[in-house]
Design a protein around this ligand. Structure first.
Ligand code: ACO
Length: 308
């Protein structure tokens, strides 16, 4: 029977079709998905913090309403992703425990501070831009619930990216001081945004197997290139400089050449030594503790079997 089930799995992967939760799957396929989807979900939830930092200080009611809605969308993305992960036989509370114990990761990008209001725009433009680049191909990932969550997330993420670009373009049409704020913010976020795609392909232990299983559809370096190619014209339209002297159009390749991010910094941030790692996890832990009564009340209510 095992060979039959394995044959079915292989045929589905071969046909670029979807594996669904009730289908047989290799244990390592399941574990890889749990790792990636959980890391993705945690990133959405931890990712609420850097921008949440500016909600009380947004410069107008309009900007505040936009930012509030955006941060709430990130919470929603986290929830769809935890739900997708639960179809693989792990619970959201287990995943939260693993995050808080430092046993599961979240994206390196959210360990950098948001020092000025321009960072809200830069995160929308560059960070959400990188996220879209990485996530649009994941709509075609081989695991059904993950792919379907991605479709909805990408729609909202595209909107977030435009909101960031609009914010920055408004600032760029403002005062010299505002333009300087935007440039300073872009200078800080450019390299960390490139690191979001993960280590270079020859230093990425998971890419080959994840591509073979159709979990990932592109390599880290291919997506990074796509992001650079997509972003340079947008930077020109905004009138900001990207802080890379090696950034130049390569006619022969039909792509931009660009410099290498500081991979030692990337490794340190992933290991927990970034500027905000401790603060981000401490904040998440505090929110978790303060929310205990809500979880208890919801459980007690559910146990009564009352239907709304
Ligand atoms: N931040 C933190 N850890 C990272 C990052 C990063 N930017 N990039 C890679 N890593 C980790 C990997 O998780 C892996 O560690 P693990 O085996 O303990 O999980 C290790 O570094 C080696 O990397 P890879 O072998 O390249 O790992 P993988 O094949 O999983 O590729 C990638 C990494 C591209 C991030 C992939 O997991 C992915 O596409 N994930 C879904 C997208 C996502 O998580 N986005 C979150 C940020 S976007 C947002 O939320 C707005």
């Amino acid at each position: 029977e095992d060979t039959y089930l394995e044959g079915h799995f292989d045929a589905v992967i071969e046909a670029n079709d979807r594996i669904e939760p009730r289908d047989w799957m290799p244990e390592k396929y399941r574990a890889t998905l749990v790792r990636q989807i959980a890391q993705h979900a945690h990133s959405e939830i931890i990712g609420m913090q850097p921008e949440g930092n500016w909600i009380t200080r947004a410069p107008s009611l309009r900007r505040k309403a936009i930012l509030l809605a955006k941060v709430q969308d990130e919470a929603g993305h986290g929830l769809y992703l935890y739900s997708a992960c639960e179809t693989l036989g792990v619970s959201r509370s287990e995943l939260t425990e693993l995050l808080l114990a430092g046993k599961q990761k979240y994206s390196s990008i959210f360990n950098y501070p948001t020092l000025s209001y321009a960072d809200v725009g830069t995160i929308g433009w560059l960070v959400d831009g990188a996220a879209i680049c990485n996530q649009v191909p994941l709509c075609r990932t081989s695991f059904g619930p993950y792919g379907r969550a991605m479709i909805r997330i990408c729609k909202e993420e595209s909107f977030h990216q435009r909101q960031g670009f609009e914010l920055l373009s408004t600032m760029m049409r403002g005062t010299d001081e505002q333009r300087a704020m935007v440039q300073e913010s872009v200078d800080r976020f450019w390299w960390p945004a490139l690191m979001m795609f993960g280590p270079p392909d020859d230093d990425s232990p998971n890419t080959a197997q994840s591509m073979a299983w159709g979990i990932k559809r592109d390599t880290n370096d291919d997506l990074r290139q796509k992001f650079v190619d997509m972003t340079v014209p947008q930077a020109e339209a905004l009138g900001v400089t990207l802080p890379d002297p090696q950034l130049v159009w390569n006619e022969q390749r039909g792509h931009y050449d660009f410099g290498s991010p500081d991979w030692a910094e990337f490794k340190a941030v992933v290991k927990g030594e970034g500027p905000c790692n401790t603060q981000r996890l401490a904040h998440r832990q505090r929110a978790h503790d303060e929310g205990a009564w809500v979880r208890e009340a919801a459980t007690a209510y559910a146990e009564k079997g009352v239907r709304a």
